[in-house]
Design a protein around this ligand. Structure first.
Ligand code: UGA
Length: 445
């Protein structure tokens, strides 16, 4: 007998919620995206979101057209669905600990809506939350407001996501794993069935564990990746002390060891983005609150905090002083293919340079509007890399955009006042740049 495909609702149409809704719908799973922001819902209907994510708008547009995706501000719409995914944000408080206020208010609203529903309903916590949140915070609120009990007429799972900005749709369609933190058999098998329908012949491994373990998997995943970046940046900093050493060769060699692997070994200006720093701080805080100081992650963060300073040192070694020097910043986004500048090393570098009297002209193919909101007229903005370089005393390469990778040594020579180049991302060939004053992360001179 053919069973009906479950209908899903997704609460919180931010980055994770939108990508989840769009990919579910693209695989024929009827989805309702719910958000308190009417403008955001209208954008979904138009298939044009304010976030830049390749393929997202196209998937949304098609799904809305096929009536597989619908948006609403009305939370009671969850009662027409079988599973509700919670994808609201979990920002940091000023001390770095996690702010669960959106999780709490969304749980309350879900519970109140479920009070009106007949039959079983499953709630899936997809937001990044510290261990114990699903059962210690979401569950009591849901049970109280819905007057239901987990395992009886309410299902509750933790199901973290591992989407990276810029590749989120691909990551959602081809994940390495599905992690399910399970409380009750019924909701777990409902969720597994949903993912089986989603992935059909290409099933990723499904790992079932306690909700607390699933919650910790998300932090462990990000903490490991961030630590890998700080590790290679540490090796890069040592490499710079040794003539003839190139950290790229070290990374290539150690990456061949299957116990290490080749990914996340690109030395650079330090990790940015909305996740690594936030999640490491939440994990450090969580550890301390529970009587353990995770020193390794403190060191990961410390290395990362110091990395922009090392770029400044390189520029200073070329220029001597920054007073009244014009510096071209090439790339503002925290990584390529995104307009996101949250925690971007570029902003930390710009802040320090302007504090020391430098005049900045910045270029980025996508992140200038976001940077203008943050820095306004503290710096100048260029429409092309060439205009940023014009008359500059020094250029600092901050983001590995393909467009910037294509610049040649002669472009720097042609436009700059003096061809001093700091390549924080190591995207240029030092041999090609040998006639310039070129310093890159992780090259021993
Ligand atoms: C990260 C994780 O990769 C995702 O799996 C996770 O789901 C996401 O956080 C999240 O928690 O939501 P994201 O922050 O989008 O994704 O970006 P990454 O691609 O992981 O890059 C993070 C930073 O590390 C960037 O600044 C990047 O330039 C830097 N990085 C990365 C390096 O400096 N070197 C590398 O080799 C790799």
């Amino acid at each position: 007998m053919k069973t009906r495909t479950a209908r899903v609702s997704i609460i919180g149409m931010g980055y994770v919620g939108l990508c989840t809704a769009a990919t579910f719908a693209s695989r024929g799973i009827r989805s309702t995206g719910i958000d308190i922001d009417q403008e955001r819902i209208d954008q979904i209907h138009r298939g044009k979101t304010p976030i830049h994510e390749p393929d997202l708008d196209r998937l949304l547009k098609t799904a809305v057209k096929k009536k597989l995706l619908d948006g609403s501000t009305d939370i009671s719409r969850i009662t027409k669905t079988d599973l509700t995914f919670l994808t609201v944000g979990t920002p940091s408080r000023s001390d770095g600990s996690i702010d669960l206020s959106f999780i709490k208010s969304a749980s309350e609203n879900i519970g109140k809506a479920l009070y009106e529903k007949q039959g079983f309903h499953t709630v899936v916590v997809k937001s990044t939350v510290v261990p114990g949140t699903t059962n210690g915070t979401v569950r009591p609120i849901l049970e109280k407001t819905s007057e239901r009990s987990v395992g009886v007429n309410l299902g509750l799972c933790a199901n973290p996501e591992f989407l990276a900005e810029g590749t989120a749709i691909h990551d959602a369609l081809h994940p390495d794993k599905i992690v399910i933190g399970s409380n009750d058999k019924k909701s777990t098998s409902q969720l597994i069935k949903l993912y089986r329908q989603f992935y059909r012949t290409k099933q990723p491994p499904i790992l079932e564990m306690s909700p607390e373990s699933a919650e910790l998997v998300k932090y462990a995943n990000n903490a490991f990746l961030a630590t890998k970046v700080s590790f290679i940046n540490t090796i890069a900093n040592i490499s710079e002390k040794i003539p003839g050493v190139d950290v790229g060769r070290i990374a290539e060699a150690i990456g061949k060891d299957i116990r290490i692997g080749p990914l996340f070994l690109k030395a650079g200006p330090g990790y940015g983005g909305s996740c690594f720093h936030k999640d490491l701080q939440a994990l450090i805080n969580y550890g301390k609150e529970h009587g353990y100081n995770p020193q390794l992650f403190q060191a990961t963060e410390q290395v990362n905090n110091d990395q922009p300073g090392r770029i400044i040192e390189k520029a200073e070694s070329l220029l001597g002083t920054f007073t009244d020097k014009r510096i071209a910043i090439l790339g503002l986004a925290f990584k390529k293919d995104t307009d996101d500048i949250r925690e971007a090393a570029s902003i930390k570098v710009i802040d320090r340079l302007t504090d020391r009297g430098a005049k900045i002209t910045a270029y980025d193919p996508m992140a200038i509007p976001a940077t203008k909101k943050l820095l306004a007229d503290r710096i100048e903005y260029a429409e092309t890399p060439q205009t940023a370089l014009k008359g500059a005393d020094c250029a600092i390469m901050m983001t590995e955009w393909e467009q910037l990778r294509k610049l040649k040594a002669k472009d720097f020579q042609a436009y700059m006042k003096s061809p001093f180049v700091v390549d924080a991302r190591r995207i240029y060939d030092p041999d090609e740049f040998k006639d310039l004053n070129y310093i890159a992360t992780g090259f021993g001179k």
